[in-house]
Design a protein around this ligand. Structure first.
Ligand SMILES: [Mn+2]
Length: 414
């Protein structure tokens, strides 16, 4: 992704801020796992969306004055030979500038002083922070801590939440983001094909995962968009199954729900197949219903359609197919076999952080996810694809990843 992408994202965000306001967006910090060990660092997605940088303890500070002029500064950790010898090289000012396009790069230990100078100038009445939390048990992030600091130390400043502005921007994907998703789909395909090719009764879920990892690691050291869901048989009835301990018995379905992070954009695709390479009659019956539902959705989704109609239509259409096939007694009971939603946006997050749209519009990208879970038959699976909204319809970005029974069986029995 070029610096111009991040620069434009920042400019669009600044345009939404009222005059006389400040904005601070934090990259995040290490989170302790145990003793002296930390969880792998994962930079705040909004910070990355605005800067392209994945470095820890960095801050983007912007000041929009009364005339609408914006000054922006990026604060990064200073060089530290000792720390860098142990834990890796820190991003340096020249690199931070070339990645982000921010020209004023300073060290993080100057941030508070600079902020106080701006705050006490009297020119700014409001500070915008990304204050969103998914629930009240979530730990405080640097934005929340900074809010407490400002509340106590600069009590005349009011707070604004930048999160809705960022969600509005992130709802629509730009050309370079769509290209990154396309590349991600190719790698996702490699990972899924690798699992299809080794599939046979007796393999454990962790052995499928090893094959998926091997395929992805040809491309990137840390290619995951999210922890891969790879399960077999009974394990498929746990929607987010991360145990990797189950064993595929002859006749079991393999389910995987996986994605790749390419240039910060995350794909999210589910494919399912019988571990022995041959769909049974019951597997075929259910799978054909799911696939026909997905195909139908890709034929009707287009700009102007209500967003909430996507999930509703997936359930209605699939319910009718299952009823016609004699599986479902009444379409009203579809939740017996369909356990989860059928559409969520993807992007910098796999469940992308966007403003919920009322209507579908071009350059949105969301999943079309059709899952059927038939416990009595022991068959659970989903078919999930990534739907890009075009000017007059939609495109299945993951269409190249085998999804028909004929294509899947051909690969598995090659
Ligand atoms: Mn998924």
């Amino acid at each position: 992704m070029q610096a111009s992408f991040y620069k434009e994202n920042r400019e669009k965000l600044y345009a939404m801020l009222p005059e006389g306001s400040l904005l601070a967006v934090f990259s995040g910090r290490d989170i302790i796992k145990t003793n002296d060990e930390y969880y792998p660092f994962f930079a705040d997605r909004n910070f990355v969306y605005l800067t392209g940088l994945e470095c820890k303890e960095a801050v983007l500070l912007a000041a929009k004055d009364g005339a609408g002029r914006v000054n922006e500064t990026l604060y990064i950790l200073p060089p530290d030979a000792h720390a860098e010898r142990w834990t890796g090289v820190r991003v340096k000012p020249a690199e931070a500038e070339s990645v982000s396009g921010v020209t004023d790069i300073r060290y993080e230990n100057q941030f508070i002083n600079d902020f106080r100078k701006l705050a006490f100038s009297g020119n700014y009445g409001k500070l915008y922070l990304d204050l969103f939390k998914l629930n009240d048990r979530e730990i405080d992030r640097p934005a929340h801590d900074f809010k407490h600091y400002v509340h106590h130390n600069v009590p005349f400043i009011l707070f604004g939440n930048a999160d809705p502005f960022l969600r509005r921007l992130r709802l629509f994907k730009q050309h370079c983001e769509i290209e990154a998703l396309r590349k991600g789909e190719e790698i996702t395909k490699e990972g899924i094909l690798a699992m299809m090719r080794i599939s046979k009764p007796g393999l454990y879920e962790y052995q499928y995962k090893a094959e998926f990892d091997r395929a992805l690691n040809y491309y990137e050291p840390y290619p995951y968009g999210f922890p891969p869901i790879i399960s077999a048989g009974e394990g498929n009835f746990i929607i987010h199954n991360y145990s990797y301990t189950g064993q595929a018995k002859d006749g079991d379905m393999i389910l995987n729900d996986v994605g790749v992070n390419w240039d910060h954009l995350i794909t999210d695709v589910s494919r399912s197949w019988p571990c022995n390479g041959k769909f049974s009659d019951k597997q075929k019956l259910l799978y054909e219903c799911a696939l026909a539902t997905s195909d139908y959705m890709f034929s009707i989704v287009k700009p102007g359609m209500r967003m909430d109609a996507v999930d509703a239509t997936i359930k209605q259409y699939n319910a009718q197919l299952l009823k016609d096939a004699g599986v479902l007694d009444d379409v009203a009971n579809i939740r017996k076999y369909m356990w989860h939603g059928g559409a969520h946006h993807i992007g910098f997050d796999v469940h992308d952080v966007v403003e919920t749209p009322e209507f579908i519009a071009p350059n949105m990208v969301f999943c079309i996810d059709v899952g059927i879970y038939h416990e009595e038959w022991g068959i659970g699976f989903r078919v999930e694809d990534n739907c890009l909204i075009t000017e007059d319809g939609c495109e299945n970005l993951s269409a190249g990843i085998p999804r028909t029974i004929a294509d899947i069986e051909a690969i598995m029995n090659h």
